[in-house]
Write a protein that binds this ligand. Structure first.
Ligand code: ADP
Ligand code: MG
Length: 346
C-alpha cells in the first residue's frame, strides 16, 4: 500500500529571517548611559529575548534596532550591512508594542492593510494578504470590527497580523503580553511561538518576565544597567548561571559563597541522621510552605540571613511547617560555581 503524506503548504507570508548584529552599540541621554557598548549577533530565524529589570536598556536597544532611536555610537547591521542611519520605514521590520497601538477609527482589516497601503501594494493583493494574516492569528471573520469591539488578546492578535503582513525579515516585540492577564498571556505565548515557527522570521522579544523568556526563547540576553551580562539558551542559563545576578534573576536560587543551588536540587531534613551520605548541608529555618499541586515550595532562612527555597515534588513526605529548624542538603555536584560580579558576560 502506498503511504500518502500531506505536504503542508508554506504560508506566503513566510520569509527568510534576517541576521541582526549590534556592534559596540551605545546610547546616552545627557550624562546617563541607557545602553552601554552592546555586542550581539542575532541569527536568521532565531527567537532571541532581551530579559532584564525595568530601566536596564531593553526598549532603548529595540528602538535602535528598529530605527526609532539613533545610536550615540556603534552600529546596527542587517545581513552584514550597516543600517544605523537608515530610517525605520526603509528597514522594513515588523514591530509590536505593549499597548497594541491600533488605529481606533479603522476596522481590523483596515488596520492590518495599513502597512501594505503605505507600500502601495495592489488592492487585490492587499485583500489576499490581509485574509492570510488574519487566518494566521485566528481572527478570520473579525475583519469588520473596530478595536474597541475586541478583547485585549484579540487586539494584540490584530497588532501581530499588522506587523507580519508585509513579510518583514525581522519582528520586534516590546513586552507585547505585559498588559494581559495570566491565562491570556499563556495562550498568546503559544500563538507567538507558533507564529515564529511557521513564518521563519527572526524574532527579537523584550520581556521582564523570566518564565515568558524561558518558555519562548532560543536564546536569552540578560540585561542589567545597560549591558548584556549573560547570553545563552534558557537551559544553559538556568543550570549554569555565570553570576549571582543571573542566578537570582532567572529562576529561584539558594545563593552561598561562590556557588548556587537550584531549589529542585535542595532537600530538607529535620535531623542529622537523615542527611544523605556525602551531601553538603546548611542549617536553616522554614519560613513558609506553599502547596502548588504538582509540588510544594519551602522557603528557607539560612543562618547568615540569606533567603532560599526548596521545591519538593508532590508525594515527598515532609512534615515541616513554618518555624521548623531543618538541615538543607544537596549533592556537591549540584552546586554551581558563580561569580559575584554583575557585569560579567558569559
Ligand atoms: P527598559 O526597557 O529595560 O525598562 P529603557 O530602555 O526604557 O529600559 O530605559 C533605559 C534607561 O534609559 C532608563 O534609565 C531610562 O530612564 C533611560 N531613558 C530611556 N529613554 C529615555 C529618553 N528618551 N530620555 C532620557 N532617558 C531615557
Ligand atoms: Mg521597556
Amino acid at each position: 500500500m502506498k503511504l500518502q503524506t500531506a505536504v503542508p503548504e508554506a504560508p506566503a507570508l513566510r520569509t527568510r529571517g534576517g541576521r541582526v548584529e549590534l556592534v559596540q552599540l551605545c546610547k546616552t541621554y545627557g550624562g546617563n548611559t541607557a545602553v552601554d557598548s552592546i555586542d550581539l549577533r542575532i541569527e536568521p530565524g532565531e527567537f532571541l529575548t532581551l530579559l532584564g529589570p525595568s530601566g536596564s536598556g531593553k526598549t532603548t536597544t529595540l528602538n535602535m534596532i528598529v530605527g526609532f532611536t539613533e545610536p550615540t555610537s556603534g552600529s546596527v547591521e542587517l545581513n552584514g550591512r550597516d543600517i544605523s542611519r537608515m530610517p525605520p520605514n526603509k528597514r522594513d521590520f515588523g514591530m509590536v508594542f505593549q499597548n497594541y497601538a491600533l488605529f481606533p477609527h479603522m476596522t481590523v482589516a483596515q488596520n492590518v492593510a495599513f502597512p501594505l497601503r503605505e507600500r502601495k501594494v495592489p488592492a487585490g493583493e492587499i485583500t489576499r494578504r490581509v485574509g492570510e494574516a488574519l487566518d494566521l492569528v485566528d481572527l478570520a471573520g473579525m475583519d469588520g470590527r473596530r478595536p474597541h469591539e475586541l478583547s485585549g488578546g484579540q487586539q494584540q492578535r490584530v497588532a501581530l497580523a499588522r506587523a507580519v503582513v508585509f513579510s518583514p525579515s525581522v519582528l520586534l516585540l516590546d513586552e507585547p503580553l505585559s498588559a494581559l492577564d495570566r491565562k491570556l498571556r499563556q495562550s498568546l505565548q503559544r500563538e507567538i511561538k507558533r507564529l515564529h515557527d511557521e513564518l521563519g522570521l527572526t524574532f527579537v522579544f523584550v520581556t521582564h518576565d523570566q518564565d515568558e523568556a524561558m518558555t519562548l526563547s532560543d536564546r536569552i540576553a540578560i540585561f542589567n544597567e545597560g549591558r548584556i551580562v549573560a547570553l545563552g539558551t534558557p537551559t544553559d542559563l538556568y543550570h549554569r548561571p555565570p553570576t549571582t545576578f543571573v542566578a537570582r534573576f532567572l529562576g529561584e536560587s539558594n545563593v552561598f559563597d561562590g556557588f548556587v543551588v537550584r531549589p529542585e536540587r535542595m532537600a530538607v531534613v529535620v535531623d542529622s541522621a537523615s542527611v544523605p551520605p556525602g551531601a553538603n548541608t546548611a542549617p536553616a529555618t522554614v519560613t513558609d510552605v506553599s502547596f502548588y499541586g504538582t509540588y510544594s515550595r519551602i522557603e528557607l532562612a539560612f543562618g547568615d540571613d540569606s533567603i532560599g527555597c526548596a521545591v519538593l515534588p508532590v508525594g515527598t513526605p515532609s512534615t515541616v511547617e513554618p518555624g521548623t529548624a531543618v538541615i538543607a542538603c544537596w549533592r556537591p555536584e549540584d552546586q554551581v560555581p558563580v561569580s559575584t560580579e554583575k557585569g560579567t558576560t558569559s
